[in-house]
Design a protein around this ligand. Structure first.
Ligand code: FAD
Length: 452
């Protein structure tokens, strides 16, 4: 008899944790496990702003899948459609070859993409902070602005190159603005001809508060830290238009700037729309056991899924955080194993552990288990949490060594030049047009199944 096939889609926090647990729980030969992953690493996203800031090398936050997974078949590519009736997932490999992967159990964990809005110029000019390449490109772009401003003979050009705008006052945007502002502030010593007073960072959000999860007191402390460092924080404001050399805010201000970093929220992976499933604001609706109720053998979790938040109650769903994704991965794996063995499934229940926000250097705020911390104590908790959450010892050592090196030797502000010839804006990283329509999925399923 053929062994049951378990297919995990997505090699991020949720998918990897699920596959690791499946390897641990299933006895060899009980089922085949495969994972569809575009990259051969799990990206530790919470440290991405530190990659953009050059505190960490890109490799240190790219945790090797092959160090974590030992008997899972890793399929290099992306899922572009699912036919839950035929129990087939259509995969485009990194060679562009399209194949059909048949499954008995499907675990959907493709995460999210940057949520953009219909703002003129946004996708053409804004940069994201969601992938390793985007973080590396942002770093190169910021350093190139310093280099070009330093060489510019025109004062207007110099001004526009030295103003930077970050949109989104959640942890991703706040950490990005704080860490990158630290880069430009410390870089000026290598640019003696630049007037440091011309360098300006703006952090804007349409909401009335930064990171409301922090609570009023800690949120106000974070705001104070940023403002004291010279970051201009504007709340209740968004972007009306983006051009090559200026950003127009909704309050009418026009900022001469060639840098807009967009972190204003995420949307579930477009893969979800290829299923005919119920959704909650784009995320696929699941039961508390993470089953997609319409389809047999399909589970969903992480940023792509709306999993009921039983710890919070009141019908809310879990927020899109790594903390939830990692823990959901374990429970989803247990439930796949339970389904396979005809045992009862368990519900996902996790009480939020709090938030850590690294504002660069010794500046940080954190709220572990409701305890409010600032400064060095908060930074210690933040770094300790990240080290604990990184899944391999090699990655932990790499991150620690990078922190130590940066704290002692600082930054060389080197521009690699990899971004030349590639604009690296939002539209270059979304890949939203890779997915299939329902008719295309049916056609591919029929054709590929007949061929394979
Ligand atoms: C800058 C930044 C900072 C953050 N900081 C924090 C923090 O401090 N604390 C916290 O809890 N959360 C933080 N988050 C949120 C957190 O990273 C996400 O909630 C978490 O990564 C979600 O896990 P996931 O497994 O659902 O998705 P991901 O970790 O994004 O993994 C999804 C994976 O699926 C892959 N994929 C995408 N499409 C497909 C496809 N079609 N087929 C196959 N694979 C696919 C992706 O390449 C990726 O590897 C941060 C996010 C960002 C962007």
């Amino acid at each position: 008899m053929e062994r049951p096939r378990i297919l995990v889609v997505g090699g991020g926090f949720a998918g990897v944790e699920c596959a690791r647990r499946l390897e641990r729980k299933l006895v060899p030969g009980e089922a085949d496990i495969a994972i569809v992953a575009p990259f051969s690493y799990e990206l530790y996203l919470p440290l991405l702003p530190q990659v953009a800031a050059g505190v960490l090398t890109p490799q240190s936050v790219a945790v090797s899948l092959r160090r974590m997974l030992h008997r899972t078949r890793i399929i290099p590519g992306g899922a572009i459609g699912v036919d839950p009736k035929a129990k087939v997932c259509i995969v485009r490999k990194i060679t562009d070859e399209v194949v059909a992967e048949h499954y008995d159990y499907l675990v959907l964990a493709p995460g999210s993409i940057t949520r953009s809005f219909d703002i003129p110029g946004l996708t053409d000019h804004a940069r994201g902070m969601k992938t390793l390449a985007e973080a590396a490109f942002v770093r190169d772009h910021v350093i190139s602005q310093l280099d070009l401003a330093d060489a510019a003979t025109d004062r207007d050009e110099r001004i526009s190159r030295l103003q930077f705008v970050v949109v989104g006052g959640g942890y991703a945007g706040t950490e990005t603005a704080a860490c990158l502002q630290r880069v430009t502030t410390s870089a000026v010593k290598r640019y003696p001809r630049l007037n440091p007073n011309l360098i300006k960072w703006h952090l804007i959000d349409i909401a009335p508060k930064l990171m409301p999860e922090l609570g009023d007191k800690l949120g106000a402390t974070a705001l104070d830290v940023l403002r004291k460092r010279g970051i201009e924080v504007s709340l209740g404001v968004s972007v009306a238009e983006v051009g090559e050399e200026s950003v127009t805010f909704t309050d009418g201000r026009v900022i001469p700037s060639r840098t807009l970093i967009w972190t204003a929220g995420v949307a579930a992976s477009p893969l979800i729309a290829t299923l005919d499933a119920e959704t909650v604001r784009g995320r696929v609706a699941t039961t508390a056991e993470m089953r997609v109720p319409q389809f047999d053998g399909v589970f969903a979790l992480g940023d792509a899924a709306a999993v009921p938040d039983l710890a919070k109650g009141d019908g809310s769903v879990c927020p899109p955080t790594a903390q939830h994704a990692q823990r959901q991965g374990k429970v989803a794996a247990d439930n796949v194993v339970a389904s396979l063995r005809s045992q009862p499934l368990k519900e996902y229940f996790h009480k939020d552990l709090g938030l850590v926000v690294d504002l660069g250097g010794a500046d940080a705020v954190s709220k572990p288990m409701g305890v409010e911390l600032t400064g060095v104590a908060a930074q210690g908790v933040a770094r300790g949490y990240h080290l604990m959450a990184l899944r391999t010892n090699v990655a932990k050592v790499r991150v620690m060594t990078n922190w130590l090196l940066n704290a002692t030797a600082g930054d060389d502000f080197v521009r690699t030049g990899f971004q030349r010839g590639k604009p690296a804006t939002l539209k270059d990283f979304e890949y939203t047009d890779s997915y299939l329509s329902k008719d295309e999925i049916r056609a591919h399923t029929a054709a590929l199944t007949a061929k394979q």
